[in-house]
Design a protein around this ligand. Sequence first.
Ligand SMILES: NC(=O)c1ccc[n+]([C@@H]2O[C@H](COP(=O)([O-])OP(=O)(O)OC[C@H]3O[C@@H](n4cnc5c(N)ncnc54)[C@H](O)[C@@H]3O)[C@@H](O)[C@H]2O)c1
Length: 259
Amino acid sequence: MKIDLTGHHAVVAGGAQGIGLAITKAFLEAGAHVLILDLNKPESTTFSEQWSNTLTTKEADITDYDQLQQIAKDQTVDHIICAAAIGSGIGGFPFWNLDPSDWNRVIEVSLMGTVNLLHAFVPALRTGDTQRKSITLLSSVAGQIGSQTDPPYSACKAAIINFAQCAAKDFAPDGIRVNCLSPGMVKTDLNRSVFEANRENTEQTYEDWAKAKIEKIAPLGRWQEPEEFGAMAAYLASEYGKNMTGQTINIDGGQVMHS
Ligand SMILES: NC(=O)c1ccc[n+]([C@@H]2O[C@H](COP(=O)([O-])OP(=O)(O)OC[C@H]3O[C@@H](n4cnc5c(N)ncnc54)[C@H](O)[C@@H]3O)[C@@H](O)[C@H]2O)c1
């Protein structure tokens, strides 16, 4: 089986690092053109040079709707992926450890950023051969289990699932598919920031904390790798994913199991 996205154009918000970067790589390897929208550029200039014919990076903030609309003008877009998100950086249990105002920035980036992105790119997405088009949003197991780690983050991730289902129904007549990927534990800056915010035992290292947590909550007892999300996102964008829409796909070592 070969996933072939030759000639497809993807926009990956949050594509400069972590899971978004792995998705970017998977799309490039499948032959797609990728536009990264991120606050930063990918750290590796070798990577950017290697893919200079098919990779474009624009420094952009997904909370800035005007900026996104400007970028979206005259773009060819077949696939939109939103991997950009932040947590509050504050230990979230009980929830009143946070001030209500601590929710604002998390919602602005992790929910409204996705909303802005989709609104800005809807005109481009609905142009051309819509049957080959897709949207993939990053949710989280945190959005499905009432995770206490960071309530505003969890609430955003739950909202992303619901928004994806609405969008899946809206776009279905055009053939455009909308799905969520839901990671459990992936070793990235975001994951480490959760540890920093919740560390109670200052002696514990990130590795020790993560190992204990994964063994406790994930039946398979191991980290997920960013590349697993790259592969699944490429599959969803491809011909093989043509009947997948409105779904939340948990790649989480079995943390959340649905019938
Ligand atoms: N890492 C995990 O364990 C985990 C678990 C569940 C869900 N997720 C989800 O996966 C996605 C990717 O997370 P990650 O772990 O790779 O995070 P990460 O912090 O490594 O990468 C996030 C990227 O988003 C960019 N970004 C942040 N705010 C932005 C903004 N306002 N505008 C544009 N870009 C912005 C950052 O610059 C960064 O490149 C997120 O949606 C996250 O919620 C991750």
